[in-house]
Design a protein around this ligand. Structure first.
Ligand code: JFT
Length: 247
């Protein structure tokens, strides 16, 4: 999977060198390139922004550097066509399902904007030759797109086959398709069996896999009801047995 990132802060992406993403890059599972948008400026000050037409606060990112950057990173003549992913406060909510969809694609280009955003004509021109997705990470406000892209790359990359070690599974993730979909994960425990007079729930030490699975599902239902009750409404009633309904 090829990932290209265009940003005025390339140093934000140093974390992509470590942990599972660093290993995946070294294993050739991910081909990640970070591009400095200022490489496509031509003035002494390497200008990437200007005042907004129509007035208003802040600055807007100029179209020219973005146009040249996208031409260079994703040339119109390229064999494959990337999907351009642009984080923006007004984008479609990023979800685990979108992460899975992106993980199945061969090439993603992430545009990290700053200031009040990127000139709209950049999106419109890019959309003439590649799919363009505007995505938001949630109802909070960041200063730019870089942190959002880091989060998306981690969520996407861990779903790419081979990136997670064999021991790490994505099937039991919260929000993963299937039985756990729309349920939050329950509590986890490890050794020692008693810590500061707090014991691990007996069922987890019982070796009774059916009872353990039942307990974990009950805890997931309880946590979901407590922290994200709206997710329970999404559950297919057929997926709930009579025991679930008592939890
Ligand atoms: N994704 C996401 C996301 C999120 N969940 N919060 N904020 C953002 C986000 C993403 C991209 C940019 C770009 Cl480009 C500039 N800003 C600053 C800004 C703040 C308020 C209004 N306009 C622009 C961004 C904020």
């Amino acid at each position: 999977m090829r990932l290209d990132i265009i940003t005025i802060f390339p140093e934000y992406f140093a974390p992509l060198e470590v942990s599972l993403l660093g290993k995946a890059r070294r294993a050739g599972l991910l081909d990640v390139s970070v591009h400095d948008l200022r490489s496509w400026t031509h003035d002494r000050h390497r200008t990437v922004d200007d005042t907004p037409y129509g007035g208003g606060p802040g600055m807007v990112m100029k179209p020219e550097p973005w146009g040249e950057a996208l031409d260079a990173v994703a040339p119109p003549t390229a064999e494959a066509t990337p999907r351009l992913v642009v984080p923006t406060p007004s984008g479609r909510p990023f979800t685990q399902a979108m992460a899975a969809e992106y993980a199945a694609r061969p090439w993603l280009v992430f545009a990290c904007g700053r200031y009040e955003g990127i000139d709209r004509r950049v999106y419109d021109e890019a959309a003439t030759r590649m799919p363009v997705d505007e995505v938001s990470l949630g109802d909070f406000v960041l200063a730019g797109g870089e942190v959002a892209v880091l989060v998306m790359i981690e969520a996407i990359s861990r779903l790419v086959p081979g990136v997670l070690g064999n021991r790490e599974s994505v099937t039991d993730d919260s929000f993963a398709p299937g039985a756990m979909e729309s349920l939050l994960e329950g509590p986890v425990y490890t050794k020692p069996p008693v810590w500061r007079e707090r014991a691990v729930p007996d069922v987890l030490l019982s070796g009774h896999h059916g009872a353990i699975a039942r307990w974990r599902r009950d805890e997931a239902l309880r946590r979901t009801a407590a922290h994200r009750p709206e997710l329970l409404a999404r559950l297919d009633p057929a997926a709930l047995d009579k025991h679930d309904r008592k939890v």
